[in-house]
Design a protein around this ligand. Sequence first.
Ligand SMILES: Cc1cc2nc3c(=O)[nH]c(=O)nc-3n(C[C@H](O)[C@H](O)[C@H](O)COP(=O)(O)O)c2cc1C
Length: 145
Amino acid sequence: MAKRIATATGGELIRVKDLAGYNKITLYLKGSMRARRRELDEIEPAIIDVSGHSVIVVGTPVWAWSPTPAANAAIAALMGCEGKKGIVFATCGGKAGETLAMMKEALAAKGVDVVGGFAFSQKELTDEQKLGELVSAVKQAAGMG
Ligand SMILES: Cc1cc2nc3c(=O)[nH]c(=O)nc-3n(C[C@H](O)[C@H](O)[C@H](O)COP(=O)(O)O)c2cc1C
Protein backbone atom coordinates (compact mmCIF):
# COMPACT_ATOMS: atom_id res chain seq x y z
CA MET A 1 0.00 0.00 0.00
CA ALA A 2 2.82 2.40 0.87
CA LYS A 3 4.38 1.66 -2.52
CA ARG A 4 1.12 2.49 -4.25
CA ILE A 5 0.83 5.79 -2.37
CA ALA A 6 4.47 6.71 -3.09
CA THR A 7 4.08 5.93 -6.79
CA ALA A 8 0.81 7.86 -7.10
CA THR A 9 2.14 10.95 -5.31
CA GLY A 10 5.81 10.95 -6.32
CA GLY A 11 6.74 10.52 -2.66
CA GLU A 12 9.81 8.92 -1.15
CA LEU A 13 9.17 5.44 0.26
CA ILE A 14 11.04 4.61 3.45
CA ARG A 15 10.78 0.98 4.51
CA VAL A 16 11.27 0.45 8.22
CA LYS A 17 12.74 -2.86 9.33
CA ASP A 18 11.86 -4.24 12.77
CA LEU A 19 15.05 -5.60 14.36
CA ALA A 20 13.24 -7.35 17.25
CA GLY A 21 13.49 -10.71 15.48
CA TYR A 22 10.06 -12.07 16.42
CA ASN A 23 9.18 -15.62 15.46
CA LYS A 24 5.65 -16.93 14.91
CA ILE A 25 5.11 -17.45 18.63
CA THR A 26 6.84 -14.38 20.10
CA LEU A 27 5.10 -12.25 17.48
CA TYR A 28 1.81 -12.88 19.25
CA LEU A 29 3.04 -13.27 22.83
CA LYS A 30 5.65 -10.53 22.98
CA GLY A 31 4.81 -8.40 19.95
CA SER A 32 1.16 -7.91 20.87
CA MET A 33 2.03 -7.05 24.45
CA ARG A 34 4.69 -4.56 23.38
CA ALA A 35 2.28 -2.98 20.91
CA ARG A 36 -0.46 -2.69 23.51
CA ARG A 37 2.00 -1.01 25.91
CA ARG A 38 3.03 1.41 23.15
CA GLU A 39 6.64 0.23 23.37
CA LEU A 40 9.31 0.87 20.73
CA ASP A 41 11.33 -1.78 18.89
CA GLU A 42 14.77 -1.17 17.49
CA ILE A 43 14.42 -0.30 13.83
CA GLU A 44 16.48 0.30 10.74
CA PRO A 45 16.86 3.15 9.78
CA ALA A 46 17.28 4.51 13.32
CA ILE A 47 16.75 8.09 12.21
CA ILE A 48 14.27 9.19 9.56
CA ASP A 49 14.97 12.69 8.30
CA VAL A 50 11.87 14.09 6.59
CA SER A 51 12.95 17.73 6.53
CA GLY A 52 12.89 17.74 2.73
CA HIS A 53 9.23 16.70 2.57
CA SER A 54 5.94 18.51 3.11
CA VAL A 55 3.68 15.60 4.04
CA ILE A 56 4.48 12.55 6.15
CA VAL A 57 2.48 9.35 5.65
CA VAL A 58 2.93 6.62 8.26
CA GLY A 59 1.43 3.17 7.82
CA THR A 60 1.38 0.17 10.15
CA PRO A 61 -0.15 -3.26 10.48
CA VAL A 62 -2.43 -3.45 13.55
CA TRP A 63 -1.16 -5.54 16.46
CA ALA A 64 -3.47 -5.84 19.46
CA TRP A 65 -5.62 -2.87 18.36
CA SER A 66 -2.45 -0.73 18.29
CA PRO A 67 0.36 0.35 15.98
CA THR A 68 3.33 -2.06 15.96
CA PRO A 69 6.36 -1.29 18.16
CA ALA A 70 8.25 -0.68 14.90
CA ALA A 71 5.71 1.95 13.83
CA ASN A 72 5.97 3.59 17.24
CA ALA A 73 9.74 3.64 16.79
CA ALA A 74 9.40 5.02 13.25
CA ILE A 75 7.40 7.97 14.56
CA ALA A 76 9.94 8.51 17.35
CA ALA A 77 12.74 8.36 14.73
CA LEU A 78 11.28 11.19 12.62
CA MET A 79 13.48 14.25 12.34
CA GLY A 80 12.46 17.55 10.78
CA CYS A 81 8.73 16.78 10.93
CA GLU A 82 7.58 19.70 13.05
CA GLY A 83 4.87 21.88 11.52
CA LYS A 84 4.20 19.42 8.69
CA LYS A 85 1.03 17.64 7.71
CA GLY A 86 0.56 13.96 8.31
CA ILE A 87 -1.68 11.12 7.19
CA VAL A 88 -1.84 7.77 8.96
CA PHE A 89 -3.05 4.42 7.71
CA ALA A 90 -3.27 0.91 9.11
CA THR A 91 -3.99 -2.56 7.80
CA CYS A 92 -5.76 -5.07 10.01
CA GLY A 93 -7.79 -8.23 10.16
CA GLY A 94 -10.89 -6.17 10.90
CA LYS A 95 -10.46 -4.50 14.29
CA ALA A 96 -8.10 -1.53 14.23
CA GLY A 97 -9.11 -0.39 17.73
CA GLU A 98 -7.24 2.72 18.79
CA THR A 99 -4.43 2.34 16.25
CA LEU A 100 -5.11 5.50 14.24
CA ALA A 101 -5.76 7.62 17.35
CA MET A 102 -2.54 6.39 18.95
CA MET A 103 -0.49 7.23 15.85
CA LYS A 104 -2.16 10.60 15.60
CA GLU A 105 -1.32 11.36 19.21
CA ALA A 106 2.33 10.29 18.81
CA LEU A 107 2.71 12.41 15.65
CA ALA A 108 0.98 15.40 17.26
CA ALA A 109 3.50 15.18 20.11
CA LYS A 110 6.21 15.65 17.44
CA GLY A 111 4.45 18.70 16.03
CA VAL A 112 2.80 16.97 13.07
CA ASP A 113 -0.72 18.07 12.11
CA VAL A 114 -2.49 14.80 11.23
CA VAL A 115 -5.19 15.61 8.69
CA GLY A 116 -6.34 12.11 7.76
CA GLY A 117 -6.50 8.53 8.97
CA PHE A 118 -7.50 5.33 7.15
CA ALA A 119 -7.89 1.77 8.45
CA PHE A 120 -8.03 -1.06 5.92
CA SER A 121 -9.46 -4.41 6.89
CA GLN A 122 -8.25 -7.54 5.10
CA LYS A 123 -11.18 -7.28 2.68
CA GLU A 124 -10.51 -3.62 1.95
CA LEU A 125 -6.88 -4.19 0.94
CA THR A 126 -8.01 -4.57 -2.65
CA ASP A 127 -10.60 -1.79 -2.45
CA GLU A 128 -9.36 0.58 -5.14
CA GLN A 129 -11.86 3.25 -4.16
CA LYS A 130 -10.66 3.41 -0.57
CA LEU A 131 -7.02 3.41 -1.65
CA GLY A 132 -7.93 6.22 -4.06
CA GLU A 133 -9.39 8.21 -1.16
CA LEU A 134 -6.15 7.78 0.79
CA VAL A 135 -4.05 8.87 -2.20
CA SER A 136 -6.34 11.90 -2.71
CA ALA A 137 -5.99 12.87 0.94
CA VAL A 138 -2.19 12.75 0.63
CA LYS A 139 -2.28 14.80 -2.58
CA GLN A 140 -4.59 17.36 -1.01
CA ALA A 141 -2.34 17.67 2.07
CA ALA A 142 0.59 18.24 -0.30
CA GLY A 143 -1.31 20.92 -2.20
CA MET A 144 -1.39 18.76 -5.33
CA GLY A 145 -5.12 19.27 -5.78
C1 LIG B 1 0.79 -10.03 16.64
C2 LIG B 1 -0.41 -9.69 15.80
C3 LIG B 1 -1.49 -9.04 16.36
C4 LIG B 1 -2.61 -8.67 15.58
N1 LIG B 1 -3.64 -7.99 16.16
C5 LIG B 1 -4.70 -7.58 15.38
C6 LIG B 1 -5.78 -6.81 15.96
O1 LIG B 1 -5.80 -6.44 17.12
N2 LIG B 1 -6.81 -6.45 15.14
C7 LIG B 1 -6.85 -6.81 13.81
O2 LIG B 1 -7.81 -6.46 13.14
N3 LIG B 1 -5.83 -7.51 13.23
C8 LIG B 1 -4.76 -7.90 13.98
N4 LIG B 1 -3.73 -8.61 13.41
C9 LIG B 1 -3.75 -8.86 11.96
C10 LIG B 1 -2.84 -7.87 11.22
O3 LIG B 1 -3.20 -6.53 11.48
C11 LIG B 1 -2.83 -8.10 9.69
O4 LIG B 1 -2.48 -9.41 9.47
C12 LIG B 1 -1.85 -7.16 9.06
O5 LIG B 1 -2.44 -5.90 8.91
C13 LIG B 1 -1.34 -7.64 7.72
O6 LIG B 1 -0.26 -6.80 7.36
P1 LIG B 1 1.23 -7.35 7.16
O7 LIG B 1 1.13 -8.38 6.10
O8 LIG B 1 2.02 -6.14 6.74
O9 LIG B 1 1.67 -7.90 8.47
C14 LIG B 1 -2.62 -8.99 14.19
C15 LIG B 1 -1.53 -9.67 13.62
C16 LIG B 1 -0.44 -10.01 14.40
C17 LIG B 1 0.73 -10.71 13.75
